[in-house]
Design a protein around this ligand. Structure first.
Ligand SMILES: *Cc1c(COP(=O)(O)O)cnc(C)c1O
Length: 320
């Protein structure tokens, strides 16, 4: 079966993002290497614009709008990084944006999204259906709805993170990537297949919501209840129709980590690497350093996906 994206799509995405997205640093840590027994290369998307890799996919999608789509605008429903990625990309491209967010979203997130110039449309998460609201907006105003992961342009954009990593490190033995809906890992797996064909790609998801692990083992998409985990960027209920086939074809395995392990990885990032990583952003890091996998003697890429965490909340994680 033909997959939703191929390597050429990632190359085109990289051209669109050139001079717009940051080429984020690849960091190493001797302490992390000693703990894992491996040579770890951290691709730090917590330093990406708006604080997460989501900017890549959002911008790649919006940059391909037709003049009419640009005029009518974009809408998205998300309370997290996708909303901010869309809002910032829309601002840079001069496209009107409407973001559907829960009424009880943290004030910082509502403010940040408005700060990027987007119109925020709130809804009651207990009584209203955000998808229906998003669809109605798309219909009434002719806006284009861009989903957070199940979209070829979004997937290709996210894949540029791994493409940059391989450009810097050369071939790797293993690549660890967190996953929620699977947009990031599917883009990264396509990049790996082309740039480092022998590299095993491993997905990392929260223990509380291992739907991707179940789906991969069963060979079909498994839907779960919204998982309770501090990794809010991975609280998805199921993989996408476009991301699942890529994961089936190109991802070797999926492992899980607990919330306690995430906190430990966030502490390591702060104490040893002097960086802020959000819980979801620490998934791959936690898997690399806490024995979930035998990495001894291997060269391993680790995608650190984002750093958007409320500072007071972070202080609690670090102090505990
Ligand atoms: C969205 C997000 C993820 C999950 O990405 P998917 O493409 O949905 O798999 C992981 N980390 C962060 C920081 C995110 O914002």
């Amino acid at each position: 079966m033909k997959l939703a994206i191929d390597f050429a799509d990632i190359v085109s995405a990289q051209d669109r993002l050139r001079g717009v997205a940051h080429r984020t640093p690849v960091l190493q840590s001797q302490t992390a290497d000693a703990l894992s027994g491996a040579q770890l290369f951290f691709k730090c998307e917590n330093f990406q614009r708006m604080g997460a890799f989501k900017f890549r996919g959002a911008y790649n999608a919006l940059a391909q709008f037709t003049p009419e789509q640009r005029q009518r605008g974009v809408c998205a429903f998300s309370s997290g990084n996708h909303a901010q990625g869309i809002a910032l990309s829309a601002k840079l491209l001069g496209i009107p944006a409407a973001i559907v967010m829960p009424l009880d979203s943290p004030a910082v997130k509502l403010t940040a999204t408005r700060g990027y110039g987007a119109e925020v449309i709130t809804y009651d998460r207990y009584s209203e259906d955000r998808e229906a609201i998003g669809r109605r907006l798309a219909e009434e105003r002719g806006m284009t709805l861009i989903p957070p992961y199940d979209h070829a342009h979004v997937m290709a954009g996210q894949g540029t993170a791994a493409k940059e990593l391989f450009e810097e490190t050369g071939p790797l033995d293993l690549l660890l990537v967190c996953l929620g809906g699977g947009g990031l890992i599917s883009g990264c797996a396509v990049a790996a297949q082309h740039q480092s064909p022998d590299c095993r790609v491993i997905g990392v998801e929260p223990e509380a919501g291992n739907d991707a692990q179940q789906s991969k083992r069963l060979g079909q998409i498994v839907k779960i209840d919204t998982p309770k985990t501090i990794a809010d960027g991975a609280q998805t209920q199921q993989l996408g129709q476009l991301t699942f086939p890529v994961i089936q074809a190109l991802v070797d395995d999926i492992v899980t980590v607990s919330d306690a392990q995430l906190v430990q990885a966030m502490r390591f990032a702060a104490a040893r690497m002097k960086m802020v990583v959000e819980p979801t952003g620490a998934l791959a890091m936690a898997a690399a350093m806490q024995g979930a996998l035998d990495l001894r003697g291997k060269r391993v890429g680790v995608i650190v996906s984002g750093g958007n965490v409320d500072i007071a909340q972070l202080a609690q994680y670090l102090a505990a």
